[in-house]
Ligand binder design. Structure first.
Ligand SMILES: NC(=O)C1=CN([C@@H]2O[C@H](COP(=O)(O)OP(=O)(O)OC[C@H]3O[C@@H](n4cnc5c(N)ncnc54)[C@H](OP(=O)(O)O)[C@@H]3O)[C@@H](O)[C@H]2O)C=CC1
Ligand SMILES: CCCCCCCCCCCCCCCC(=O)[C@@H](N)CO
Length: 308
């Protein structure tokens, strides 16, 4: 009862049907699955990505699957002006999904700073550009419609725990959490609810590309969490958005990880708050077990390499 009183922001339902859902990276993988799902649920969907041909393909695929036409916008999220133009052309947004992301795993020592900067600029600065562009009209819109709105940010389980080979990627995804926590304070008065999605490895075109060059140890450590299909991640993400959850885990390991890393994040579900309060000590213990296991893998890998 105490927790039911304590949890903030208060849980609300964010409706999807008939509302404008704007998804970046909507031409591929998780973003495409989410666009299809939102369209199937009766949303007006806009998708944004760089490559126009992929956007058109995505639009055709979504039309085939749902009979719905989505609006497409070609822009690089790093280009604030281009993003602002696209958002303006798309019209006021009810649900903004910042899903675009790039990931090229490599040990920091081997990775060029150019590539580090690329990940930070797309994953982090791109999200700033997008939110800055959409927020003013989103705020007006919640006043006019009287319905809660949502800003969802695609993080990763590598945004909850640092993983070998992901120095730049994890940094960019951890940064999004700071953005999201602070932003939730700033937009709650406008009835805008922030959600962070934390998927594990997910079968997508981007992941297939990534997998070809991922260091062995990244594969081993990321393997601690079961892989998922893009459609299943999209379903979890949309459910989380609709129920205005701040933290949205996608699989069982993700639920454990979210309890272990709850920190001082907002929590609108009193059941999850209860799990966090009661589970804190045990989950810390489990986290130490996982780290023990990961450091053992790293040690073994190095001694094997020396042995060769
Ligand atoms: N797949 C996975 O294993 C996991 C993915 N994630 C996260 O989920 C999100 C989606 O991943 P996934 O579906 O695998 O990715 P994909 O690589 O399959 O798709 C990425 C999408 O983002 C777009 N995009 C990339 N860079 C930019 C840019 N600079 N400006 C505009 N659009 C851009 C791409 O289009 P285009 O290239 O044409 O611009 C594409 O539509 C990412 O944020 C990723 O970090 C999190 C955990 C696991
Ligand atoms: C309390 C104990 C919790 C236990 C669970 C721990 C599991 C952590 C595994 C981390 C996996 C990181 C995958 C990142 C995927 C990703 O983002 C890339 N594919 C790029 O897109």
């Amino acid at each position: 009862a105490v927790l039911a009183f304590l949890v903030r922001p208060r849980p609300v339902r964010v409706p999807i049907k008939g509302r404008h859902v704007f998804i970046t990276g909507g031409s591929s993988g998780i973003g495409l699955a989410l666009a299809r799902l939102a369209a199937a649920e009766g949303a007006h969907v806009s998708i944004l990505a760089r490559r126009a041909a992929q956007l058109q393909e995505a639009r055709d695929a979504i039309r085939l699957a749902t009979g719905v036409d989505v609006a497409i916008f070609s822009a690089d999220v790093r280009d604030a002006d281009a993003v602002a133009k696209a958002v303006e052309a798309a019209g006021p947004v009810d649900v903004l999904v910042c899903n675009h992301g790039v990931f090229t795993p490599q040990e920091l020592e081997k990775q060029d700073l150019e590539e580090v900067r690329f990940m930070v600029e797309v994953n982090l600065m791109g999200t700033f550009n997008l939110i800055k562009a959409a927020l003013p009209t989103m705020k007006q819109r919640t006043k006019v419609t009287g319905l809660p709105a949502s800003i969802a940010i695609m993080s990763s389980q590598a945004g909850q725990v640092g993983v070998y080979g992901y120095t730049a990627y994890s940094a960019s995804k951890f940064a999004l959490r700071g953005l999201a926590e602070a932003l939730q304070h700033e937009v709650i008065a406008d009835d805008i609810h922030v959600s962070m999605i934390f998927p594990p490895d997910t079968e997508t075109p981007g992941f297939a590309e990534e997998h070809r060059r991922r260091p062995d140890l990244t594969n081993i450590i990321a393997g601690s969490s079961g892989g998922m299909k893009a459609d299943d991640v999209a379903k979890k993400a949309l459910d989380g958005i609709k129920s205005s959850r701040f933290i949205v885990p996608c699989n069982f390991e993700g639920t454990m990880l979210s309890i272990a890393t709850a920190g001082l994040s907002p929590q609108s579900s009193f059941l999850t708050a209860l799990a966090e309060v009661l589970g804190a000590g045990f989950m810390r213990f489990m986290g130490l077990c996982f780290q023990w296991n990961w450091f053992s893998s790293i040690e073994n890998w190095h001694s094997k390499k020396k042995g060769l």
